[in-house]
Write a protein that binds this ligand. Structure first.
Ligand SMILES: Nc1ncnc2c1ncn2[C@@H]1O[C@H](COP(=O)(O)OP(=O)(O)OP(=O)(O)O)[C@@H](O)[C@H]1O
Ligand SMILES: [Mg+2]
Length: 266
């Protein structure tokens, strides 16, 4: 049984345009949908990753943590970024546990390091042991030590691509705040059209119309996300980008419906 990697965007579980606020209603609904998916398929193997939304991105941007260590003043910002992400994760995991899901937070900055903003090491054994015990590991976008730059941002999207390959996953689901990938940013263009299928052949053309994020996003928004996953597609992994703000979409996609948003596939 292959592992499904589900990333819930920070854009979904926080109010990204507001201050540091978790969207508790969204988190509770998502928790229920994941629970229901397990009730339908108790053999499902799942790893959860969540993004930073209004928690991580702002503080990282304020101290320019994503630029790496340039001056000692940023180091406080690095530690603060780690801390606010722990806070968001606490809220998220607490809701999952409340409804009976054995979820285990694995702080990326404690189990992994980067080299030039790319993961160089992850203590993967913890994840494997967790999954052997039917625990759902929960990771998140974090600020981590970087062998070259002092520290850097490890985006949730990058964790997902790393784990998908390491765990030989066949399906990766990105739950975000839009219906999928459009021919222009749907948050700024009301007439934007949803693209149902992206392949390595049409990706370059599509990427010309995909930008970052309207809100502060130190990890490059949708554009970067697509660039990040293309190597996976070439290895036969299927990527689905769905709107996790829509009721039932996470449940349905966990149960195998691949037509809810944009499919990126070879
Ligand atoms: N062509 C496009 N199609 C879809 N979304 C686009 C496009 N161009 C830009 N975007 C923006 O990408 C955003 C989604 O990326 P964003 O990084 O904000 O979400 P996320 O990855 O779910 O959140 P987080 O980074 O906090 O985890 C959308 O809200 C949208 O404004
Ligand atoms: Mg993002």
């Amino acid at each position: 049984m292959s592992v499904i990697i589900l990333k819930i965007g920070g854009s979904v579980i926080t109010k990204k345009e507001k201050g540091m606020q978790a969207d508790l209603k969204a988190i509770k609904r998502i928790a229920r949908e994941i629970k229901e998916a397990f009730e339908n398929d108790p053999t499902m193997k799942l790893v959860l990753v969540h993004g930073g939304g209004s928690f991580g991105h702002r503080i990282a941007d304020k101290y320019k943590v994503h630029m790496g260590l340039k001056s000692g003043k940023q180091t406080l910002g690095f530690t603060k970024t780690v801390q606010v992400m722990r806070k968001l994760n606490l809220i998220f995991v607490e809701e999952l546990q409340k409804i009976g899901l054995s979820t285990i937070p694995l702080q990326p900055s404690a189990i992994s390091i980067q080299k030039d903003i790319k993961i160089s090491e992850v203590f993967i054994k913890t994840l494997l042991l967790a999954m052997n015990l039917n625990c759902v590991p929960v990771l998140w976008g974090d600020a981590v030590f970087d062998e070259k730059q002092g520290y850097s941002i490890l985006s949730g999207d990058h964790i997902v691509t790393f784990l998908a390959q390491k765990l030989k996953s066949k399906r990766v689901i990105f739950g975000t705040n839009v219906d999928g990938v459009f021919d222009s940013d749907p948050n700024t263009n009301k007439n934007a059209k949803l693209i149902r299928l992206i392949t390595p052949d049409n990706v370059d053309k599509i990427l010309k119309h995909v930008s970052g994020s309207k809100t502060t996003d130190v990890t490059g928004g949708m554009h970067r996300k697509i660039l990040e996953v293309i190597p996976l597609v070439e290895k036969g992994i299927q990527i689905e980008i769905i709107n996790a703000k829509r009721q039932g979409y996470i449940l349905n996609s966990l149960l195998g419906n691949k037509e809810l948003g944009t499919l990126i596939s070879a």
